[in-house]
Design a protein around this ligand. Structure first.
Ligand code: C2E
Ligand code: CA
Ligand code: CA
Length: 413
């Protein structure tokens, strides 16, 4: 940890000195100090302090508070790592965490003041654990691809599904997976969907990618079934494609031609603000349901997935958005939202799925709320089909011996 360059921003003299002292104890020599956000920004603009990699910041400070500082910091040093030090209650810290993430800062953690040496060490260790994937994504901002680049890649079939397991809480078994699109770029490696989906959607070019995903996902489903894993796979469907009334038939054909029964496929749908052809969309969705596909209302609770949707589409699953699930163990409002969504699902007799489960405490909370299935980094990150098969094999072996351990701490990616 010796080479790390850190800045501490805290108006309270004694507390700032305490933190600096602890950082020195952890072997960090390069520590800059500031009394408030303004001073910190001035320092960060100077040559010597430009090398700062991690910023520890109080929230409540005179002149410029932590929130305003984060806003300026995100422009000055996009993607820099931050740690929040605060005496505020959990609900406030939780909303600042979301804000920092939305500004594109890399949040390593938050500690109640006074922070302990152990807490600081754990959060700084996170800095060294940033996965290579995250670093890779960070280097390929969406702006670096033109629509031309992306369309060429679609023509050259460079996209493939990465699978993320869905686990049934009651049994701890993997019973499904969500297929998430990844671009295997010949030079840049694996690229996440935010770099290509918005551009494809906006230009009306999602169709080709959707069908490549359907085909490759069905092939993966077949491979899994042949290996004895009875797993249902979920695929995201862009609502813009639902206005063409031939869609249901074309999807069915693609899945059946790959040798897969539509009962093994769940289609996830988010209502987009642009949904105009409601009648055509309903015709397609009802037809897909009749053919045996599962239908999931995705991102439930966010602006685009509404109760109105629930009342008019024959859904089989309600997927609670990760923005409510992550931290539902510590944030009271989130807990209430998650709990009532699960109840609603049960009353409507559809399955409840929570996405974005990142830690044991969230898992325990969801279990006590009788949520049916969970998905999230706590179990595994999305991975390519080969890795997913190996994961299922290892997981099944552990789950047989110690059913609870496998899901909760045994085999994780
Ligand atoms: P989504 O449908 O809400 O998918 C869940 C996203 O949450 C995925 O991001 C997944 O990697 C991420 N995730 C899963 N577990 C956790 C967790 O524990 N913590 C956190 N922080 N995140 C977690 P990803 O793969 O980057 O996909 C982003 C979005 O792109 C998806 O959001 C979906 O809306 C869209 N997308 C991905 N593939 C496709 C596709 O083939 N077709 C369409 N139409 N949209 C797609
Ligand atoms: Ca989804
Ligand atoms: Ca979501």
């Amino acid at each position: 940890m010796k080479e790390l360059h850190v800045m501490v921003i805290e108006d309270h003299n004694f507390q700032r000195k305490m933190v600096v002292h602890m950082l020195h104890t952890l072997g960090i020599k390069m520590v800059w100090q500031a009394n408030n956000g303004k001073q910190a920004l001035a320092l960060l603009d100077e040559k010597q302090a430009r090398s700062v990699e991690v910023v520890l910041c109080d929230l409540d400070m005179p002149e410029m508070d932590g929130m305003e500082f984060f806003r300026h910091l995100s422009k000055l040093k996009p993607g820099i790592s931050v740690i929040i030090l605060s005496g505020m209650e959990d609900a406030v810290i939780s909303s600042v965490k979301k804000m920092a993430g939305s500004y594109g800062l890399n949040l390593l953690g938050a500690a109640e003041k006074p922070a302990t040496l152990e807490q600081l060490k754990l959060m700084l260790d996170e800095y060294h654990c940033v996965s290579p994937n995250v670093q890779q994504y960070a280097s390929t901002l969406p702006a670096s691809f033109t629509l031309e680049d992306i369309l060429r890649a679609v023509r050259e079939h460079q996209f493939e599904p990465f699978l993320q397991p869905k686990v049934e809480i009651k049994t701890g078994r993997i019973i499904g997976a969500e297929a998430l699109a990844r671009w295997r770029h010949p030079q840049l490696g694996i690229i996440a969907p935010y770099a290509f989906i918005p551009l494809l959607e906006a230009s009306g070019n999602m169709e080709e990618l959707t069908f490549q995903m359907l085909k490759k996902t069905a092939q993966a489903c077949r491979r899994l079934n042949n290996k004895g894993f009875s797993i249902d796979i979920s695929i995201n469907l862009s609502l813009s494609s639902l206005s063409d009334t031939t869609l249901a038939d074309r999807i069915t054909r693609t899945i059946v031609d790959a040798g897969v029964d539509p009962h093994h496929i769940i289609l996830e749908i988010t209502e987009s603000a642009a949904m105009t052809n409601v009648a055509e969309a309903l015709e397609n969705l009802t037809r897909l349901r009749i053919r045996g596909f599962g239908l999931s209302i995705d991102d439930y609770g966010t602006g685009f997935s509404s109760m109105q949707q629930l009342s008019r589409v024959p859904f089989t699953e309600l997927k609670i958005d990760k923005s409510f699930v992550t931290d539902c163990d510590t944030n009271h409002s989130l807990r209430v939202i998650v709990e009532s969504s699960i109840e609603l699902a049960h009353k409507l007799k559809v399955r409840s799925v929570a996405e974005g489960v990142e830690k044991q405490e969230e898992w325990d909370m969801l279990k006590s709320m009788k949520c049916d299935e969970v998905q999230g980094y706590f179990i595994a990150k999305p991975m390519d089909v080969g890795a997913f098969i190996l994961f299922c094999e290892a997981y099944a072996a552990v789950n047989e011996e110690e059913p609870k351990v496998a899901a909760q701490c045994g085999v994780r990616y």
